[in-house]
Design a protein around this ligand. Structure first.
Ligand code: NOJ
Length: 746
């Protein structure tokens, strides 16, 4: 990769003004911050607390004047490097205190080179990959002048209706935490480097629990659940050095998260000692009026400042009201000073006072071949094989003819997924292109449906004919990117439109039927899975979707992804997550009486008084952690270094994994624990570790996990505790299967 640093105009004047930069010399840095604040007027301090969208002040001259006067601390959605350099020059050389600006942008899963949606990346269970991917995203974004991104998103969600499930890492707090840390590291890299982009841990907190999966909706999360699940990725990100946090949109237990003293002050600042900066989500301070938590913008500003929101995104509750709130005695200038200190600290940690303001990496790094290669690798490793009857896959590249059908086989923009402000569909290699390149005239391509919601059957006949004339059928099903992401919640999570009808028609041809599903959420695809011989869940795979799908379909690599979220049979089963509680009336599949089997004249009061659905039963469509491979792995020989663990000790668990199939492949080995009795009830399983291995046919390896007593800690409503007692433990290929052992915590 070619990195060229542009140093044509170097503003050195400010170097003398502030030489602290991203130093370890914290005392000096804090002193400088406080000194600077003591020299600022109240208006200048409030200016630092304002983030505005590009164009907010009018034309560029008006913008420069506002910067000179210290009316703004950050811009979002400005992406021209020359303009950014010019504005930064004005901030540093012409504003009174020479405080640099932050230029923020949503770079969620890539800048121009787009990687799979985060839920897809999480399916790789390889956080190191996400770190590499987000490093590339930072290199590309910083070449455009961006020095701050609003990512990673680490909202744990159990709800596939919620469109933003696409942006997170699924349902598990450990997996999400590991990815959050990796992405923070990837974005920020070395803060002294011109390619560093400040990360933002969002959306703090609980936003993924929006009722009914309807975006921006109310959330109720009891404190044990908040601490044991939802706060964990944020704590991990804070510990990993995430420079900023974003307060969310949601009302949490009656208090909007952008005015929530418990989460923003008690937990984030007092318990965790977080020294970074908190930005509100777009308009979320003002939205406290709609929540019914503030009567007007002035009250909203006071609430947010007191809770600890340092910077306001987009709206102007702060700019318009903070001075008056101080005059009224509702807040103190000292409170403002603390907020501003957090902002200046981040700018110093980023080295912005020291860095030449236009030291951007050359834009010719964008879409560099190495970036595209990484995008292809991550995409390949993010796809999950859900079914493969009779080894339908892989296909031979010598296949006589292959029908490639479906609305998402040639949708360059949609394969990129949600939140890709700077992604460009024209950069994509689609499956149609990739398969066409490999097969030439042996590919029979027909779209069948123009798009996922198309309700016209006019393309069916041609699609059926193509299937009949081919040796196998590859159908690209799913949903376009607009059907997931922010605000794009669905109440029905099935395949949209009449894709299922077309799949049924293709099935009738008797040809091997392979589904590739591209989607931003786990869809309810039980019926389609029943019809298909093989199903590959590809999520929205990004720029290199086509080559990545081809790599797997033709067996250049085995699929290795595993589900980071439970797949439900239908929306009525939501929420269904693997670490659920047991209930007092647990049912097994044997207990279930299905609705069709209930006699019409049944006089029974109940069907067994058990916790079950008489239509869905008690199992999900697919469990968390599930994913098939072209080979078969055998798990054997579970060993525990001891059957007892002391309260501050640890044990080692191991299992032998053998590749008993015919294909070299990667396997994600998972460790689960069940705490049998607790001072509050405990989940039936909790993921405590995972490791990826690669085995050639016939090879075997021993996978070890160290489990510490500390890993068994949980919050019980009063305190974090490690409670003695009996534990069950599994090493397995998913949350439903595995070798089981037991130990006692003394
Ligand atoms: C609102 C979204 O919730 C947030 O994720 C995003 O970063 C901001 N808008 C800025 O675009």
């Amino acid at each position: 990769m070619k990195i060229r640093i542009l140093l044509s105009i170097v503003g050195l004047g400010f170097l003398a003004a502030c030489s602290a930069g991203s130093g370890n010399n914290l005392d000096t840095q804090e002193e400088k911050i406080r000194q600077m604040i003591s020299e600022m007027t109240l208006e200048e301090k409030i200016g630092q607390m304002q983030q505005v969208n590009d164009g907010f002040f009018g034309d560029d001259e008006a913008t420069k004047q506002a910067i000179r006067e210290g009316k703004v601390g950050s811009f979002l959605n400005m992406i021209e490097p020359d303009r950014i350099a010019e504005f930064q020059k004005v901030a540093i050389e012409e504003s009174k205190h020479g405080i640099p600006l932050l230029f923020g942008r949503d770079v969620i899963h890539g800048f121009r080179t787009i990687f799979p949606i985060p839920l897809g990346m999480a399916s790789s269970w390889e956080p190191e990959l996400a770190e590499k991917a987000m490093r590339i995203a930072a290199i590309e974004a910083s070449s455009m002048g961006i020095n701050w991104t609003f990512a990673p998103m680490m909202d744990v969600s159990w709800d596939p209706r919620w469109g933003r499930i696409a942006e997170g890492c699924g349902e598990d707090p450990l997996l999400t935490s590991e990815f959050a840390v990796a992405m923070v590291k990837g974005f920020q890299g070395d803060l002294n480097d011109p390619t560093a982009v400040a990360a933002c841990a969002k959306h703090y907190v609980g936003y993924g629990m929006s009722e009914a999966g309807r975006d921006y909706n109310t959330t109720y999360i009891p404190e044990p659940l908040l601490r044991n699940v939802h706060l964990r990725p944020f704590k991990a990100a804070a510990d990993a050095g995430a420079l900023t946090f974003m307060s969310a949109f949601n009302d949490l237990n009656g208090v909007p998260t952008s005015g929530n003293e418990f989460t923003l002050k008690t937990i984030l600042r007092d318990e965790w000692g977080y020294k970074g900066m908190v930005v509100s989500d777009w308009g979320s301070i003002e939205e406290m009026i709609n929540h019914g938590f503030a009567a007007d913008k002035k009250q909203a500003a006071g609430i947010a400042v007191k809770a600890g929101v340092d910077m306001e995104m987009a709206t102007t509750c702060y700019a318009d009201n903070l001075a008056q709130l101080i005059k009224d005695g509702a807040i103190s200038e000292e409170q403002i000073n603390d907020r501003v200190a957090n902002i200046i600290r981040v700018k110093m940690e980023m080295g912005l006072f020291k860095k030449p303001y236009n030291s951007f990496v050359s834009a010719d790094t964008i879409l560099a071949p190495s970036h595209l290669e990484m995008s292809r690798e991550v995409a390949r490793k993010s796809m999950v094989l859900l079914k493969n009857n009779n080894s339908t896959l892989p296909l031979s590249k010598n296949i006589r003819s292959l029908a490639v059908i479906g609305p998402l086989a040639d949708a360059g923009r949609d394969q990129l997924g949600t939140w890709i402000f700077d992604g460009n569909g024209d950069d994509s290699t689609t499956p149609k292109q990739a398969f066409g390149e490999i097969l030439g005239s042996r590919m029979n391509y027909v779209d069948g449906l123009e798009y996922s919601r198309d309700k016209s059957t006019k393309g069916f006949a041609q699609a059926i004919a193509a299937a009949k004339n081919s040796d196998a059928v590859l159908f690209f099903a799913g949903e376009e990117s607009i059907l997931s992401g922010e605000a794009n919640a669905r109440g029905i999570i099935d395949l949209p439109g009449i894709q299922t009808e077309l799949i049924a028609e293709l099935k009738k041809t008797g040809k091997p039927l392979i589904l590739v599903v591209m989607a931003g959420r786990p869809l309810g695809i039980g019926a389609e899975m029943d019809m298909a011989d093989a199903v590959l869940y590809a999520w929205h795979p990004g720029t290199m979707a086509g080559p990545a799908v081809a790599d797997l379909i033709f067996g250049d690599f085995s699929p290795s992804g595993k589900l980071p979220v439970t797949f439900v049979k239908g929306a009525g089963q939501i929420p269904f997550y693997y670490y659920r509680k047991n209930t007092g009336r647990p049912a097994t599949e044997n207990d279930v009486v299905y609705i069709d089997d209930i006699p019409r004249d049944s006089k029974q009061l109940s069907l067994g008084f058990k916790s079950m659905h008489i239509d869905y039963g008690v199992t999900p469509l697919l469990p968390f952690g599930f994913g098939l491979s072209y080979t078969e792995f055998k798990y054997e020989n579970l060993k525990l270094s001891s059957g007892e663990m002391s309260k501050d000790g640890s044990i080692t668990l191991s299992a032998d994994i053998r590749n008993v199939g015919n294909f070299e492949a990667e396997e994600i080995v998972q460790l689960y624990v069940h705490d049998k009795v607790g001072s509050i009830t405990r989940p039936i399983k909790e993921l405590k570790g995972f490791k990826k291995i690669n085995l050639k046919p016939g090879d075997k390896t021993t996978v070890n996990f160290d489990l510490n007593a500390k890993d068994l800690q949980f919050f019980n409503g009063d305190a974090y505790v490690i409670e003695p007692g009996d534990f069950e433990v599994w090493i397995g290929p998913n949350s439903d299967e595995g070798l089981k052992g037991t130990f006692v915590l003394k």
